[in-house]
Design a protein around this ligand. Structure first.
Ligand code: IMJ
Length: 256
């Protein structure tokens, strides 16, 4: 087994449970030799993350609500205290109010719009600023996006608009951070049955349609998204920045 991330320290934000894409990514990072720093949201998730991290090489488990500047400042200090350079950051989190993913987009409230953008898009900028000073040997910052940013996907609504802001933020960050040897990219994953997705109406029929129509005639596996994240975080991805890598069984290539 090649150890693509041997000797690297990687921060993963967004593990909520064992189905989280962030957890699949943390497992792959660890398998490839990385040491991990993980963040959790709220005390309720702390024990869950401690449990999940037991089999991983974990240097720190830190609280972080990305909507709180003080949490991000504390994150920087806790990572600094590890006394070693940070090489990779995986931003794997999003949130919108459930009603904004079921009602017509036209009904999106100002507060719902702002919440979705704060958690799902602005947080990439905030995390980039909080972690860049620690990436003293250069590094890689990756985020997760979805096709609903550029195409209308039923019910994705305000999340689609937030993902468009996230993808654009990714490109602006890539252009500014390249001089420091920091690459910034997004992985656009096909639909995957996480707890976040399970809450969504008709999700099973979306999965069935993809299995029928996608070039690979199947759905996306979390481990495939995780392997793409390993690639971007590793030296193999050294020439890739400002990019969106689709890991979706080819679905994005299809027209009608
Ligand atoms: C989410 C909503 C509508 C359609 C959707 C999704 N499709 C897919 C997703 C087709 C694949 C999942 N996805 C890509 C997301 O980004 C999900 C984000 C999300 C999900 C929830 C559910 C529970 C909740 N808030 C959420 N906020 C963001 O309360």
């Amino acid at each position: 087994m090649s150890k693509l991330l041997e000797g690297k320290l990687a921060l993963v934000l967004g593990i909520a449970n064992k189905w989280s894409l962030a957890y699949a990514i943390a497992q792959a990072f660890s398998k490839h030799g990385a040491t991990l720093a993980l963040t959790y949201l709220g005390e309720r998730q702390r024990e869950a993350i401690e449990e999940l991290s037991r089999d991983l090489d974990t240097a720190a488990i830190l609280p972080c609500d990305v909507t709180r500047d003080e949490d991000l400042a504390a994150l920087t200090e806790r990572l600094r205290a590890l006394n070693r350079p940070l090489h990779a950051v995986m931003h794997s989190l999003a949130f919108a109010n459930k009603e904004d993913l079921t009602r017509p987009f036209l009904e999106t409230s100002r507060s719902g719009f702002l919440l979705a953008h704060d958690v799902s898009a602005y947080s990439l900028v905030a995390v980039a600023r909080a972690t860049a000073p620690l990436m003293t040997e250069g590094g890689s910052l990756s985020t997760l996006t979805y096709l609903g940013s550029t195409r209308v996907v039923k019910n994705y609504n305000v999340m689609g608009v937030a993902k468009a802001a996230l993808e654009s933020s990714m490109r602006y960050l890539a252009s500014e951070m390249g001089a420091r040897g920091i690459r910034v990219n997004a992985i656009s994953a096909g639909p995957i049955k996480t707890v976040s997705a399970r809450a969504i109406k008709d999700f099973s029929s979306i999965l069935d349609t993809i299995a029928e129509r996608a070039p690979l005639h199947r759905n996306t596996d979390p481990a495939e998204v995780a392997d793409a994240a390993v690639f971007l975080a590793s030296d193999l991805g050294r020439g890739v920045t400002g990019n969106i890598l689709f890991v979706d069984a080819g679905m994005q290539a299809m027209g009608f």
